[in-house]
Design a binder for this molecule. Structure first.
Ligand SMILES: Cc1cc2nc3c(=O)[nH]c(=O)nc-3n(C[C@H](O)[C@H](O)[C@H](O)COP(=O)(O)OP(=O)(O)OC[C@H]3O[C@@H](n4cnc5c(N)ncnc54)[C@H](O)[C@@H]3O)c2cc1C
Length: 453
């Protein structure tokens, strides 16, 4: 078998892998980025294509421009199940051309010395003495052994390499199907231009999209082009999202005589992050590390952030000549403090929302139990402040549904508890097990007391 040797091998060139390669460019390391797909198709995964500007600003990466940009976003409207209540949450973002934007990171990485190998499939991790030391790949010429000081799994929800790790490694934690959203979307050209094309629309309805939502995202730079899709919670016997989309959404007059441009779907991991992004000789980023926002399912920005945290940790470990879990560990503190803690809090909120009826959701939105401005705080910081809940409880005490309000109060408490726990993420892997045991305890207690009560 042919043999090659690198400092870093990144498997998967979606937004996570390609941005990791971008962050590792120009540093003098020998880096290989590979994907089963050809360069023309990298990043071509079914998506709503929306990304908040704050992700791009925070990471200092180039914003989408020219052919990488399909639309500008100024805010999101969220509709209640009866579609009679609308929340408008303002915030800047982009609709991207996901393939062109991913290619930009690869091109810049290659200019900075990274090697890109297309149409190459990673088959098997090579593990020696409790550490990853490489990966077996197959390309057009046959199988090859690729030795590497660090292997980065960026293979998306398939987690091709992380799932081959020994069970006792934290990166191997499996995805419960109930913590996924099965999403399907179509890109269509409508007959009529869209009103307010810089506003994305989200519709919450358990009847239409059980445990998820359906969306209508215009591409503001191309008249009449929209991305319409629907996600349902996985693992609980929900109907296929394509059936729901056709039955309840595409049957509406808005879509009459529209032209189908593109279609496809995929599972989205919508849970708190993997308990560790790294172990001996391996790092995991993007969907493979469960970095997607549990509430809205957006995963591109957080995939790039996980790539940044891992790239910084890998660079420092390589310069010290030691890629053990201990030396790579700072990837976790970087990610958990900046984003993971919030995601864990949102995971609690997500589970709560998935157990509400349409009637509860309609009621909550009509009474503005959580207001538009508070929604922004929940989404950006993962805080559902007790003061907000207390205010709502006092206001609504006489209006009925005390159990809903009490549950909301408990949810807010557990969001706070789990967020604080993640903010105390251990600085050394030796404390990892006890930290993880406490995380599981908080989640178990929340489910037993709030969800099953
Ligand atoms: C319908 C839908 C709508 C969505 N809408 C949005 C949205 O509007 N905004 C947003 O931010 N997020 C959205 N998401 C989520 C977002 O698409 C993902 O979070 C993001 O693309 C994950 O990027 P990734 O690089 O981690 O994984 P992926 O994009 O899945 O990339 C993984 C790569 O690994 C490669 N690969 C897999 N196995 C191997 C192997 N064995 N060897 C070599 N290569 C391999 C694949 O070919 C692929 O290129 C949506 C998801 C879906 C399904």
């Amino acid at each position: 078998m042919n043999e090659m040797s690198y400092d870093v091998v990144i498997v998967g060139a979606g937004i996570a892998g390609s941005s990791a390669a971008y962050f590792l460019r120009n540093r003098g390391f020998k880096v290989l980025l590979l994907d089963i797909k050809s360069f023309e198709r990298v990043g071509d995964k079914p998506c709503g294509d929306a990304i908040g500007r704050h992700h791009i600003d925070e990471l200092g990466v180039p914003p989408p421009a020219g052919s990488e940009l399909s639309g500008l976003v100024k805010g999101i409207d969220i509709y209640s199940p009866l579609e009679d209540i609308r929340y408008r949450v303002l915030g800047d973002g982009f609709e991207i051309n996901r393939v062109a934007y991913t290619q930009k990171f690869i091109t810049e990485a290659v200019k900075g010395g990274v090697e890109f190998m297309e149409r190459a499939r990673a088959l098997k991790l090579i593990i020696r003495d409790n550490s990853v030391v490489g990966v077996i790949i197959a390309d057009g010429e046959g199988t090859k052994k690729v030795r590497s000081k660090v292997v980065i799994d960026a293979t998306g929800v398939a987690r091709v390499l992380a799932r081959q790790c020994p069970r006792e490694w934290p990166v191997s934690e499996e995805l419960d199907p109930k913590d996924t959203n099965i999403a399907y979307r179509e890109v269509r050209k409508l007959k009529e231009p869209v009103d307010e094309p810089e506003i994305l629309r989200i519709y919450v309805s358990n009847k239409v999209a059980p445990g998820g939502y359906w969306w209508f995202f215009p591409y503001s730079l191309t008249d009449g082009f929209i991305n319409v899709g629907l996600g349902v919670q996985g693992g609980v016997g929900n109907p296929h999202p394509k059936l729901q989309l056709y039955k309840y959404v595409l049957s509406r007059s808005t879509f009459k005589d529209s032209v189908l441009i593109e279609a496809g779907g995929a599972p989205v991991p919508t849970r708190r992050p993997l308990p560790s992004l790294v172990w001996n000789g391996i790092a995991v980023i993007g969907d493979a590390a469960y970095t997607v926002n549990p509430i809205h399912g957006g995963g591109k920005g957080s995939a790039m952030l996980s790539a940044y945290c891992v790239a910084e940790a890998v660079a420092s470990a390589l310069s010290e000549g030691d890629c053990s879990a201990r030396k790579l560990w700072r990837a976790n503190t970087c990610y958990m403090l900046r984003y993971g803690a919030k995601q864990a809090a949102l995971d609690i909120f997500r589970i709560f929302l998935q157990h509400l009826s349409d009637d509860d959701l309609e009621y909550g939105m009509r009474k503005k139990i959580i207001k538009e401005e508070d929604l922004n705080v929940v989404s950006l910081q993962g805080d559902l402040e007790l003061s907000v809940v207390d205010k709502a409880m006092r206001l609504l005490a006489g209006l009925g549904r005390p159990s809903l309000l009490l549950r909301l109060r408990a949810v807010s408490k557990y969001m706070d508890v789990i967020k604080k726990h993640y903010l105390k993420f251990p600085e050394d892997p030796v404390h990892w097990r006890s930290w993880k045991a406490r995380s599981d305890q908080i989640m178990g207690e929340f489910k037993a007391k709030v969800i099953k009560s």
